[in-house]
Write a protein that binds this ligand. Structure first.
Ligand SMILES: [Zn+2]
Ligand SMILES: [Zn+2]
Length: 263
C-alpha cells in the first residue's frame, strides 16, 4: 500500500470509529434518558432550572448575605467595613467575592466535586459564581484559574478550579487563559498556619501568558480560606503586568483565620 492509500485507509477507519461512537452515544441516550435530580440530595426535579437544585436545598444553602468585608467578601458579624484579616493585611487583589460561606451544603457540594469527582456540580456552582460576579458589580477582561502542580493534577485527575473557571468564563463571555502554572506541590498546606501558608506559596506560581498585560483579570478558585493562594496568584499576575486582579470563588470560609480548612 502506498503512503497515500494507507493514510486514506486510516482516515476511513477513524470515520467509522467516530460513527460507531456517535451511534453508541445515541443508543445510550435513548435507553437512559437524562434524569433530572438535585445535585445535592438527588431528589427528582420536574424541570431544568438555572441551578440543578431542589427548592429545599436552594433555601438551605449558606449564602454570604449583604454584610461582607469590602475587600475579601467574608461575611461580617459586626458593623465594620473590613474583616480582621483585611484590617491587618494588604491584599494584592482588588477584591474577592463568593456566593457561599464554606459551610453546610456549599461545603458538601465542593467536597463532592473535589473528592468524589462529581463534575456535574460544576454547572450549578458556576451559575451561582457568575450571578455573584454580575450582582456584585465586578468586572474583568479575561479570566484565569488557580493552577495545580503536575503531581497534584495526577493525583486528583482534574483541577476543580479550572472546571469552575471554564463554566464561569463561558457564562460571562470572558476569554479564559491558562495563564498561571504552579511549579511545585504544596499539598501539605493544611497543617500550616496562615503565615506559614503564605511563606510556603511564595514564588510557586508563574505567569506564562503575556496577554495578561494591562488587562483586568478575574482569578477563579474553589474556596477562599486564608487568602494566601489568591494573594500569591494576584501578586504573580500583577508582576506580569496585569492592571488589576479580582477574585471569584465558589465559597469563602467564615472563620477569621482558620488553620484546619483545606485551601
Ligand atoms: Zn435537594
Ligand atoms: Zn476581609
Amino acid at each position: 500500500m502506498t503512503t497515500d492509500a494507507a493514510s486514506k485507509a486510516e482516515m476511513a477507519a477513524a470515520k467509522l470509529k467516530r460513527a460507531a461512537q456517535n451511534f453508541g452515544e445515541a443508543l445510550f441516550d435513548a435507553l437512559y434518558p437524562e434524569q433530572l435530580s438535585c445535585d445535592i440530595c438527588l431528589e427528582d426535579l420536574q424541570e431544568r432550572g438555572r441551578y440543578n437544585l431542589c427548592a429545599k436545598c436552594l433555601e438551605e444553602l449558606p449564602y454570604v448575605g449583604d454584610k461582607i468585608c469590602v475587600n475579601c467578601g467574608m461575611p461580617l458579624e459586626d458593623e465594620g467595613e473590613y474583616c480582621l484579616r483585611c484590617q491587618n493585611n494588604e491584599s494584592a487583589f482588588k477584591l474577592c467575592r463568593a456566593p457561599f460561606v464554606y459551610d453546610g451544603l456549599a461545603r458538601q457540594m465542593i467536597y463532592a466535586l473535589k473528592f468524589s469527582a462529581k463534575k456535574y456540580i460544576v454547572g450549578t456552582l458556576g451559575a451561582f459564581m457568575a450571578d455573584t460576579f454580575l450582582e456584585r458589580g465586578m468586572n474583568a477582561e479575561i479570566a484565569v484559574f488557580v493552577p495545580m502542580a503536575q503531581e497534584e493534577i495526577k493525583k486528583r485527575g482534574f483541577n476543580q478550579s479550572e472546571l469552575l473557571a471554564r463554566d464561569v468564563a463561558d457564562r460571562l463571555n470572558l476569554p479564559l487563559l491558562p495563564a498561571l502554572i504552579k511549579k511545585k506541590s504544596t499539598s501539605e498546606q493544611k497543617e500550616l498556619t496562615a503565615r506559614e501558608r503564605a511563606a510556603n506559596l511564595e514564588g510557586v506560581f508563574e505567569c506564562v501568558f503575556p496577554q495578561v498585560k494591562k488587562r483586568s483579570v478575574l482569578l477563579i478558585d474553589d474556596v477562599f480560606t486564608t487568602g494566601a493562594t489568591s494573594n500569591e496568584c494576584a501578586k504573580t499576575l500583577l508582576k506580569a503586568g496585569a492592571r488589576e486582579v479580582s477574585v471569584l470563588t465558589a465559597a469563602i470560609t467564615k472563620q477569621k483565620i482558620s488553620f484546619e480548612q483545606d485551601d
